[in-house]
Design a protein around this ligand. Structure first.
Ligand code: SF4
Ligand code: SF4
Ligand code: SF4
Ligand code: FES
Length: 982
């Protein structure tokens, strides 16, 4: 600690802490318009001038030093602060009373008040630019822009989309998109970082405009009139009294605007934020305090909430009658569900029923679904969609290190010297994690290796990009392990101390020579050796992987090979190291954690362990089944075989997202009874006998667990729409109609029960998760959690990890002369999976209206295809009709089709082949034949999709260029000690 005197009072500070942080911490008020703690010093506004030992410095860019005396209120400092802020006001009209940003958090408003500005010394100068309304989600008003550059800093160095800049050399600087495009046609991905950090109303969410204030919905002409009146009285009254009026209006807003913390409903990154609402209108999503994301979001979390108030939400139960659905009361629907489930159980036994939980739903809801299956019906036939994506990674980690989750936190990915991304389109599938990697790579010298079939954004940014043949990752990864061991580049000390099974593992690597790896994977030997060298030289390596690895017939073995590689190089147990299977859905981690699995009770406690079962039996007061149940894949087979008669499925569009979708849909037609619980009438609902309306994440309480094992609470933002009910209530209602007698009044009571039965969650409770507090499992009874696993040993009884030998089998469903093209598939940034939620946000539809198939330029030329050409894709299992998008993201005879379609889902083409360890479908192993159809339409991706923009990378806002302007002088008579950034 160092000692610093602030205005005569000695304070303790961390060495290198910024003066502004110390000043803010001690409660002293100093203006700081451009500074934002999550952006660091931007240094554009000059309002934070303080006097240090007689010299003026920017408090936001000056680190503390032991023994210095700081004056924040000396005449020199005060004059400089006011002079700097006067310059800012020349770029901004103060019309707070009729401004949608007048909500108590406007930095310009608050600084005017703090500095007691009464009159604008430098007159307001309008900028010669129009308001830009061309983005569907937000607008930029150059006339209100104070040129603080926060947005540029956020876009360039936090989001790292590198769209924004300021043309400092121009006589009239402004914020530019792609150096001068409209926002709509720029590379902007609508992540909203810029809007979130803008300190005034220059960048605003369109959902705020005209809605936040009492007078802000007035017509533009009336608003302009009022602004003129304000300007007219200002010389006489001063700003003080005008601000009083706006503050009265702001106080009125507080009564009708609710700000509620929740978690994102889309991917597994675990972003959390406040949602601002006025009645049912969503004013904005405000990220700030999220432990995983801070100010960050992607377009879906920031703007993708159109589904909440969509007119086609399910609001009452539906019952099929005479081939049609009719509305029904809850009593009737629940009565029917209970009667039919009971009848089938009585006639065919409990194992003729199955239950599928949702990784969109909460932990508590998954817990209740598996409790219903096990304790009320008496079957272990329960699963969730982690079967479709994550189970192989979990299996690979269970085999080698003992826990089936990410071994550290997102902050570890930031700290790594080398990040290796395999089979993950991180920038689109886990956008906020991608920002952390992009930022460390751009600013901190982190190295990045990407292996993928497609040259997506992360691949383009990588120091090294590998394009292996489809399904061959296991081979090249194992060859690198062998090369490292053979050339003494592994970590013998770590192996000796912490790892079992080296001898057997080395033996298993015999076939994995470099020569064989080149032949199988198609990656040049020099490239593979470079990868090996980079891994062995890096101090800390993280591997991130996703469905490009797991959705293969050897998904578990490839995940194992990744973990083996990390073990032999000692890349576990330390910050910045470890294995990171990136979880897809918001709560896919939690659904499995909480027992929605056919072989595991909550907390990965085996159903065949008598001691475990007895603990649950005592609490639940029933006898529990002890043989492993059916997983999703086996359920479909069992229906076809006539063994499974009824399914209760919650929040899962299974008829589209399961592989070989035609086969799955066909199975559903054979069920005796099918209950689907969802928030929309999904494609899967078409096969149901009863449809129960659940509630989306904003309409309930509970917890989600993100990819970094982080458990976070969501609070009810809005009341459930119509007659729909939170899913935990629906499942409880079903259970009680079956005679269970459950009486949970709130999800916290469910969590208390989970904690009492599950050592992994022993210390989890709602109090410890209040607000933005979070816990990363395992959580000990005293509340101690584990952001980084294995710091004291691996999760095996002797604390040692295990190398697990795997052998090479090779992918299924290979191309042949008839099905001559390889078809890959995955997500898009804007849509989540089939798009049931995201298509209901108009702006997302505008940017990304439809599905398509990516075709390489070479193949397009060979087949006479252009962007917009309709093609038919035919596989061994089905066919779809779709428009082509010609792009060099794919190469040669490899196609890529995103998942965002209900009408032409890619899973009509995928097979029923699975990874034998987990039964995860080999979605990424599909071969197709392509027929070019005569019609040519518009390109499936419109010009306004960010893919077609041209980013302008630079290092942040580049304030030095402002300082070089001939008309720039530092405020305070040139006494500024210019500081460089931290
Ligand atoms: S990508 Fe777009 S929304 Fe995101 S920070 Fe950049 S300009 Fe703003
Ligand atoms: S638009 Fe950007 S530069 Fe302008 S005030 Fe907002 S954050 Fe600052
Ligand atoms: S979709 Fe994922 S990255 Fe985007 S806001 Fe939601 S949790 Fe964050
Ligand atoms: S806060 Fe803007 S220069 Fe320091």
């Amino acid at each position: 600690m160092v000692k610093v005197a602030i205005d005569g009072v000695v304070q303790e500070a961390q060495p290198n802490e910024l003066l502004i942080d110390l000043i803010n911490r001690t409660g002293v008020s100093v203006p700081h318009v451009c500074y934002h703690p999550q952006l660091g010093p931007v240094q554009t506004c000059d309002t934070c001038m303080v006097e240090v030992e007689g010299r003026l410095v920017r408090a936001c860019a000056t680190p503390v030093a032991n023994g210095v005396r700081v004056s924040t209120k000396s005449a020199k400092a005060a004059a400089a602060q006011v002079e700097a802020f006067d310059r800012i006001l020349s770029n901004h009209l103060l019309y707070c009373t009729v401004c949608d940003n007048n909500n108590g958090n406007c930095t310009v408003h608050n600084t005017t008040k703090l500095l007691a500005i009464e009159h604008q010394k430098i007159p307001f100068r309008s900028k010669p630019y129009q308001v830009d309304n061309t983005n569907p989600f937000y607008r930029y008003d150059p006339d209100q822009c104070i040129l603080c550059g926060r947005c540029v800093e956020a876009c360039q160095n936090v989001e790292v989309n590198e769209t924004l800049s300021i043309n400092w050399e121009d006589p009239n600087p402004r914020v530019l998109w792609d150096g001068g495009s409209t926002i709509g046609e720029s590379s902007c991905v609508s992540c909203g970082h810029c809007v979130t950090v803008c300190p005034c109303n220059a960048l605003m969410e369109k959902t705020m405009l005209g809605h936040a204030g009492f007078l802000t919905s007035l017509k533009k002409s009336a608003l302009s009139g009022m602004i003129e009146i304000v300007k007219g009285v200002e010389p006489e009254t001063g700003y003080g009294s005008i601000l009083q009026v706006s503050e009265a209006e702001e106080a009125m807003r507080e009564h009708r605007i609710r700000k509620t913390k929740t978690g994102c409903t889309y991917c597994g990154v675990g972003c959390s934020f406040d949602v601002w609402t006025k009645d049912r209108h969503i004013l904005k999503v405000a990220p700030e305090h999220g432990p995983a994301n801070g100010i960050s979001t992607c377009v879906k979390g920031k703007f993708g909430w159109g589904h909440i108030n969509s007119e086609d939400r399910l609001t009452t139960p539906l019952i099929r009658e005479g081939g049609k659905f009719r509305q029904a009361s809850w009593d009737e629907a629940l009565g029917l569900v209970a009667r039919r489930l009971s009848e089938i159980k009585a006639n065919d036994g409990p194992d003729a029923l199955a239950f599928i939980s949702s990784s969109k739903c909460t932990n508590e809801e998954s817990y209740l679904m598996q409790k219903l299956a096990r304790a009320v019906i008496g079957t272990n036939n329960v699963d969730n969609c982690s079967r479709y994506c994550q189970s192989p990674a979990t299996a690979g980690l269970f085999r080698t290190v003992g826990y089936g989750g990410d071994s550290g936190s997102i902050s570890d990915m930031e700290k790594a010297d080398l990040v290796l991304i395999i089979g993950s389109n991180t920038a689109e599938s886990h956008p906020v994690i991608a920002t952390r990697v992009k930022s460390s790579h751009k600013l901190d010298g982190q190295k990045l290796i990407v292996s993928d079939l497609r040259e997506h954004e992360m691949a383009r940014r990588a120091d090294l990009f590998l394009h292996p043949n489809p399904g061959t990752d296991l081979f090249w990864l194992s060859a690198i392990s062998r090369y490292l061991l053979d050339n003494n580049l592994a970590n013998p000390k770590f192996l000796d101390q912490w790892v079992h099974g080296l001898t057997e593992y080395r033996k298993s690597l015999e076939p994995f020579t470099m020569e064989a790896a080149v032949r199988v994977s198609g990656v040049p030997g020099d490239t593979l050796k470079t990868v090996a060298r980079m891994i062995s030289e890096a101090k800390a390596v993280c591997v991130l992987w996703a469905m490009g690895v797991t959705q293969h017939s050897q998904g578990s073995d490839t995940s194992t090979a990744i973990s083996n590689l990390l073990l032999i190089t000692g890349n576990y147990m330390r910050p910045g190291t470890g294995s990171y299977p990136l979880r897809g859905h918001n709560n896919v981690q939690g659904a499995s954690d909480h027992g929605a699995m056919p072989n595991m009770l909550p907390g990965y406690q085996s159903v065949d362990d008598p001691e475990v079962r007895q603990r649950f039996e005592t609490c639940w007061k029933v006898k529990l089944p002890y043989t492993k149940g059916l997983d999703n894949h086996q359920m479909v087979e069992a229906i076809h075989e006539g063994k499974l008669k009824a399914i209760y499925l919650m929040g899962e569009e299974m008829s589209i997202v399961d592989s070989n979708a035609n086969y799955v849909a066909d199975a559903f037609t054979k069920l005796d009874f099918f209950v689907v619980q969802d928030i929309f009438f999904s494609n899967t609902c078409r096969y149901a006998d009863v449809v129960l309306p659940g509630a989306p994440s904003l309409e309930k309480e509970g917890t989600f667990t993100s990819t970094e094992r982080r458990i976070q609470r969501l609070y009810e933002v809005l009341e459930p729409l119509g007659d729909c009910r939170p899913d935990w209530r629906v499942t409880q209602d079903v259970a009680n109609h079956l005679g269970a007698g459950w009486n949970y009044q709130h999800p916290s009571e469910i969590m208390d029960e989970i904690a009492s039965l599950t050592p992994m969650f022993a210390g989890v409770n709602y109090e410890r998760l209040a607000g933005y507090k979070s816990l990363q499992w395992p959580v000990a009874a005293d509340g101690t959690d584990e952001p980084l696993h294995y710091t004291k040993g691996f999760a095996f009884p002797d604390g040692k990890a295990r190398l697990f030998a795997v052998s090479w089998v090779g992918p299924t469903d290979q191309p042949n002369s008839e099905f001559d093209l390889h078809l890959n598939n995955g997500r898009l940034l804007e849509h989540f999976h089939e798009g049931n939620l995201t298509y209901r946000t108009e702006g997302i539809r505008e940017k990304t209206p439809d599905v398509f198939v990516e075709v390489s330029p070479e193949l397009a030329e060979e087949r006479g295809i252009q962007s917009g050409t309709w093609v038919q894709l035919v596989s061994r299992y089905g066919q779809v009709r779709v428009r082509a998008l010609v792009t060099d993201r794919v190469q040669g005879r490899e196609l890529y089709m995103p998942m965002n379609s209900v009408e032409s889902p890619v899973n009509r083409l995928t097979s029923s082949h699975t990874d034998p360890v987990t039964n995860t479908p080999a979605y990424k192993e599909a071969s197709v034949h392509l027929n070019v159809l005569p019609e040519v339409g518009e390109s499936p991706l419109p010009r306004i999709n960010p893919r077609f923009g041209h980013p302008t990378p630079q290092n942040g806002v580049e304030v030095e260029r402002k300082w070089k302007r001939p008309d720039y002088t530092p405020p305070g008579n040139g006494l500024v000690q210019l500081q460089t950034k931290k």
